[in-house]
Design a protein around this ligand. Structure first.
Ligand SMILES: [Zn+2]
Length: 410
């Protein structure tokens, strides 16, 4: 007999944790921190601990493994609480992000974790877990297909069909057929932007903005490699130099394994501003920072010739630009989910200067409808959504609305 429990995520975006139990095998999929943690100045992962026995450092481990779908905090943010005897499976790119990039931002224990790369499939005495690469706003995202004695369960993680690597999601869609249970994200339900805009559509919009005289300050996550490529290509087309920070240089290095076409700090039209003291210090210790010196640009150079540059925003450089330049000469491009602007941020006094240019990391409703139509799941279980009640109207399948912590016999 097998069971499924969504410990968190049936009615919220983020903080997902799904347990699957099959005979003696116990597996956990994702272990994220809820998004509300972002509103708090100070929090500890302990504040968001779930009542799951046999998972934590101070307990006898009862889980065979944990599987993470991708390197977003709302999917991995509690992993440091996991007993290091339990292996945590991730894709190769996620492994490198968690090992090399997240330690730059915090002094968490990610280096002590028992991380393992999943190549294709792992078998736990007949319970098989297969990884399927999918497209999302961070590279290296996976969906999982779990085969128990007599049931197939598919967990989408976060995915979309409109990024530069959307072919991956299409391959995934073709590979899974008639699963018994499809645990499917529904982030965009309830969001207004449902016109199908792709990542490629953004490029000419950036070019238009970069042609203007104002200095563009573009706020986006460097781990969103699609967006980096879009902004970089727009810089080349408008003959501008993109100014990035050492943190971004490191992310690009990790992503170089994906393709030789991923831009690197040494490429033309890229310069490096040595922002963020803490990250600089960490990279000095490892000797990494020295590598970026040949491409260093100073704030004086940027402020004297702003017409040459496009700035990839970060806390330090935003402050310098906003404090030293006339507001009429700045153009802030907010290239992340608009909802972040509702929280207190550096641009609060500059709302009139903000242009929003973004496409979501999550599938549009119409794309998920086509996905469901093609895959024909016997049951859909909503997750990562604020509108699980809408699934019934939107998707032609039996919908099982679970509560957090409810046990479903499969
Ligand atoms: Zn995500």
């Amino acid at each position: 007999m097998s069971n499924l429990i969504i410990h968190r995520g049936t009615q919220e975006i983020g903080g997902s944790a799904i347990e699957i139990l099959n005979g003696g095998t116990r597996l956990l999929f994702d272990f994220g921190i809820p998004l509300e943690s972002m509103d708090r100045e100070d929090y500890s992962p302990e504040d968001y601990k779930l009542a799951i026995k046999g998972l934590y450092i101070d307990e006898i481990p009862k889980f065979n493994a944990v599987f993470l779908t991708h390197a977003h905090q709302d999917h991995y943010g509690l992993m440091q609480l996991i007993n290091p005897e339990i292996p945590i499976y991730v894709s190769k790119v996620t492994y490198d992000i968690l090992k090399k990039i997240t330690p730059l931002l915090s002094d968490d224990a990610s280096c002590k974790l028992n991380l393992k790369v999943i190549d294709d499939e792992v078998d736990f005495a007949g319970t098989k877990v297969k990884a399927h690469p999918v497209d999302h706003s961070v590279a290296g995202a996976l969906a999982y297909e779990i085969q128990t004695d007599d049931k197939t369960i598919v967990y989408t993680g976060d995915l979309r069909f409109h990024g530069r690597a959307s072919w991956q999601t299409s391959v995934f869609k073709r590979k899974i057929k008639n699963p018994d249970y499809l645990i499917m994200e529904g982030t965009t339900i309830g969001r207004r932007e449902q016109n199908i805009v792709t990542e490629e559509d953004l490029e000419p919009m950036f070019v238009e903005i970069f042609k203007d005289n104002e200095l563009p300050l573009v706020q986006f996550s460097p781990q969103n490699i699609d967006r980096f490529v879009t902004v970089y290509r727009a810089c080349i087309k408008s003959d501008k130099t993109l100014v990035i920070d050492p943190y971004t240089c490191c992310v690009l290095q990790v992503y170089s394994q994906l393709s030789k076409r991923i831009p690197q700090f040494s490429w033309n039209n890229i310069m490096v501003y040595f922002a963020n003291k803490k990250i600089r210090e960490k990279l000095t210790e490892t000797g990494e920072l020295f590598k970026f010196k040949s491409k260093k640009v100073t704030e004086k150079e940027i402020l004297e010739n702003p017409q040459h540059y496009v700035i990839k925003g970060n806390g330090t450089i935003n402050r310098i630009i906003l404090n030293n330049m006339d507001r009429d000469n700045i153009n802030i491009v907010f290239s992340m989910w608009k909802g972040y602007l509702d929280k207190p941020n550096q641009f609060d006094d500059y709302k009139d200067l903000i242009t929003c240019l973004h496409v979501s990391g999550h599938a549009y409703i119409e794309d998920l409808q086509n996905f469901v139509e093609y895959v024909q799941p016997k049951n859909i279980i909503p997750i990562h959504t604020e509108y699980r009640n809408k699934y019934k109207e939107l998707y032609k399948s039996n919908i099982i609305e679970l509560e957090d912590g409810q046990v479903l016999n499969l």
